[in-house]
Design a protein around this ligand. Structure first.
Ligand SMILES: NC(=O)c1ccc[n+]([C@@H]2O[C@H](COP(=O)([O-])OP(=O)(O)OC[C@H]3O[C@@H](n4cnc5c(N)ncnc54)[C@H](OP(=O)(O)O)[C@@H]3O)[C@@H](O)[C@H]2O)c1
Length: 360
């Protein structure tokens, strides 16, 4: 049976360590976990079964394996050391017999986004970022429809727009919305992106290194590699939709607590075809996976055992191709969740009512 492996790592440090080591996760502080995990070997988590192509009936199996580093460590430890640890984790996938390896969350953000990691391994590697782009933009557009926000007349923003995922999301949105703000930390790469997008954009494209354009934006896609939330309640206008693709999250939990007039959705969640069992709780409801995991699975179902999405410059062609492959095998955008809870139709109605009241 064809197979894949996927690397995950602790993001919400204490909670995620408890998923595998309940006792250690309870007694150690976050600081202690961060310190000890530098010396911890890669961890085998589970075998995944039941993934079945809706098109061909082909079944695959997979493995979840963990790189013990946290997002902070991946950004702050010397790059070579982080690569070494991720490659060691990839070698575990090779020993298990995986034919393709997916890099989850920060293992795909660090350094050159998978290129050096793929160079250090025999197994083909993908970051999963191409399908993440496709699913994030689809989710934002579907949420806009639910909120009766017509794309053509809308102001939108991409936060983290100069990043690997952000750039292509911005490219796709620029062609469809009336005004697009590109937001990030450094003006230079944002200006380069703006100049490239201007040629095919429907309307104005502006650049900002602060969150002020969010006060005018009805649709926001946020995908930074920040370690802490960057979007706060006071940044947002009533009735806006925010699709948060980043892990750790970009949208502060305060938004859920303080703003009942904003529709925040968790980006990048898909339904997996077949009676999938991950045999490990990584925080999603049964049958659902991150889009980046789904890219790895879809490639395995398609028999495409090759390096697929690597590096910081994604292409539209790959985004379109992996969307078609995933659709063919039965992967679908999942229903909406917000801060890990399912969103109901009543909640959407309430957000619309509250936004109208707030605007008055
Ligand atoms: N949901 C999913 O399925 C899924 C899949 C893959 C990745 N992800 C998540 O997506 C996020 C981005 O991944 P990526 O590969 O696109 O990373 P990336 O290429 O490193 O891009 C991140 C961008 O965010 C910017 N940024 C960092 N901190 C910021 C801040 N405080 N304020 C504004 N901008 C900031 C960075 O700016 P600089 O250029 O200045 O550093 C960079 O342009 C990560 O959180 C990752 O875990 C989610």
């Amino acid at each position: 049976m064809d197979s894949f492996a996927f690397i995950i790592h602790p993001i919400s440090v204490k909670r995620d360590v408890q998923r595998k080591y309940p006792f250690l996760g309870r007694i150690l502080s976050e600081h202690q976990i961060e310190f000890f995990s530098q010396f911890f070997p890669p961890v085998y988590l589970s075998e995944i079964e039941g993934i079945t192509s809706a098109a061909t009936g082909k079944q695959i199996k997979g493995w979840l394996i963990a790189c013990p580093l946290t997002p902070r460590q991946m950004l702050e430890l010397p790059e070579a050391r982080v690569y070494r640890k991720i490659i060691q984790t990839g070698q575990m996938a090779e020993r298990l017999g995986a034919q393709i390896l997916g890099l989850g969350a920060f293992t795909s953000v660090v350094g050159d986004a998978g290129v050096s990691i793929a160079d250090g391994l025999a197994v083909p590697v993908t970051t999963g970022d191409s399908y993440t782009v496709a699913v994030a933009v689809e989710a934002l557009k579907r949420a806009a429809e639910l909120m009766d926000i017509p794309l053509r007349n809308t102001s939108a923003a991409v936060v983290g727009a100069a990043g690997a995922i952000g750039q292509v999301c911005a490219e796709l949105l620029a062609e469809q919305v009336a005004r697009l703000a590109l937001i990030g930390r450094r003006a230079d790469p944002l200006e380069v992106l703006r100049d490239r997008l201007k040629v095919r954009a429907r309307g104005e494209v502006v650049v900002s290194t602060d969150m002020s354009p969010l006060a005018e934006s009805q649709l926001i896609l946020t995908v930074t590699s920040a370690l802490h939330a960057v979007i706060q309640p006071e940044h947002l206008r009533p009735g806006s939709v925010v699709c948060d693709v980043a892990r750790p999250r970009d949208v502060s939990a305060m938004v859920a607590a303080a703003r009942d007039d904003i529709f925040v959705i968790d980006g990048g969640m898909v339904d997996v075809p077949g009676p999938v069992d991950f045999h490990f709780n990584f925080g999603f409801p049964p049958g659902k996976a991150y889009a980046c995991m789904a890219e790895t699975m879809a490639l395995a179902l398609e028999g495409r055992f090759e390096d697929y999405t690597l590096g910081k410059h994604l292409t539209r062609a790959r985004v379109d191709e992996i969307s078609a492959i995933a659709r063919k095998h039965g992967f679908r955008l999942s229903g909406f969740r917000s801060f890990e809870k399912e969103v109901t139709q009543e909640q959407i109605e309430a957000v619309r009512r509250n936004a109208k009241r707030r605007r008055k």
